[in-house]
Design a protein around this ligand. Sequence first.
Ligand SMILES: *Cc1c(COP(=O)(O)O)cnc(C)c1O
Ligand SMILES: *[C@@H]1O[C@H](CO)[C@@H](O)[C@H](O)[C@H]1NC(C)=O
Ligand SMILES: *[C@@H]1O[C@H](CO)[C@@H](O)[C@H](O)[C@H]1NC(C)=O
Length: 422
Amino acid sequence: MEINLGIYLVLLITSIKDVSCWNDRNRIASFPMQFEKPDSLKSPLETAPRLLASGGPSNPYNRSFDSLRLPMLGMMENATIKILFDIQDGIRYVLQTKNVYTFAYHGTGSTGLSAVIDNMIEPRDKVLVFVCGYWGDKGARTAQRFGANVVRIEKPPGSRFTLNEIEAGIKQHRPNILFIVNGESSTGVFQPLEGIGNLCHKYNCITIVDIIATVGQQPFKMDEYKIDVVYMNSQKGCGGIAGLSPVSFSPRAMSKVKRRRNIARILHTDINAQADAWFITKPVELKHDALAHSISVSLLYMLREGLARVAEEGIENVWERHADTHSYIQFRAAKLGLESFIANPEDRLHGTSHFNAPPGKDVFKIVDYMLEKFSIEISPGILTSFGKIIRIALIGSNSNRENAARIMNALEIALNSADTNL
Ligand SMILES: *Cc1c(COP(=O)(O)O)cnc(C)c1O
Ligand SMILES: *[C@@H]1O[C@H](CO)[C@@H](O)[C@H](O)[C@H]1NC(C)=O
Ligand SMILES: *[C@@H]1O[C@H](CO)[C@@H](O)[C@H](O)[C@H]1NC(C)=O
């Protein structure tokens, strides 16, 4: 065996040397380069350790982040297929659902949003969207682009909808689909979901819920709440980095998909193609015929390990940890004299807290000060709240009292500094 290997290596080396690429080299040399190497790429990549607390991507759990360096498996190996099933199990666990059609799109949460809308909506379907912030608005605009008849019910940023308001909207508009955001992270509002599923069963419509700012942060139980479709992302409550968008479809949602007379507009996010690729509808034996697009095995590791980390701790303990961090932030903020943007404490999200800009202070200067002096990223708000609020988000691995204390101590110094005055 050793001798055979030796001969093989000798043959290999000779054959590598023997092959001439003289012709190809000549052909390449005959095309003079028009553009030089960019100077920007000559220096090494610059980065720094940050505490990411803006509400955008959070620091991933080490177990998830470290997995990105593991050796890459082939796309179609049995070991890779096992990871696909592990991820489905993990998503079902964090969602508390038995839904068979549960998998993850490649892309961020916004890809999940477009994909669930495309798969659930047929042209002229009436979609009732409850809007009290950026993410509700984005749901409405996405549904419009996919040709739905969109009806918006709006309330000012910082508010949420009561069950009575939701029922009145359904009765008046009789939608085929209801779209609502569980955690409107643009304003910090928590929208309770209890009762909405029952209403949608009563009035025969499908519920689509954006749970990105609540999943893996505070209690969400898909089957108990009778929610039909949800989408999320890998970089917040799932504890990883951006790149995948887990989704889940109830049997009711799937029966609408199966009844539709036209097809979804985007081929590669079509749920039928994805269900094959995730071996929900296709047997593993036919794996070479199951591809919707190339899969990033490294991103699959990342999500699997994030979900495994959450499962290891127990989802109910993760919810409790976020509630505890939230209480601590609120306590420290009150001591600093910061006023919460959301008046009613019960309406506040546990992962994302919003405070009004203190009088005489420049929010952008505070945000810059926190980054430059303490390597902490917080947010000056978006859209209607842009520049008017301080947003602090401690999500996933970041949610603990140590990080909360580090941020509030830094914020206290920032607020006391003349550098952050208007
Ligand atoms: C972050 C966020 C999104 C967008 O997710 P991406 O992964 O950035 O595309 C959508 N909805 C809510 C509520 C969010 O907080
Ligand atoms: C995560 O990894 C970093 C870098 O190796 C380390 O400093 C940190 O203590 C780890 N965190 C936990 C919770 O293990
Ligand atoms: C992969 O799994 C399939 C189906 O379970 C099995 O038939 C096949 O032998 C496995 N391949 C390898 C290389 O183990």
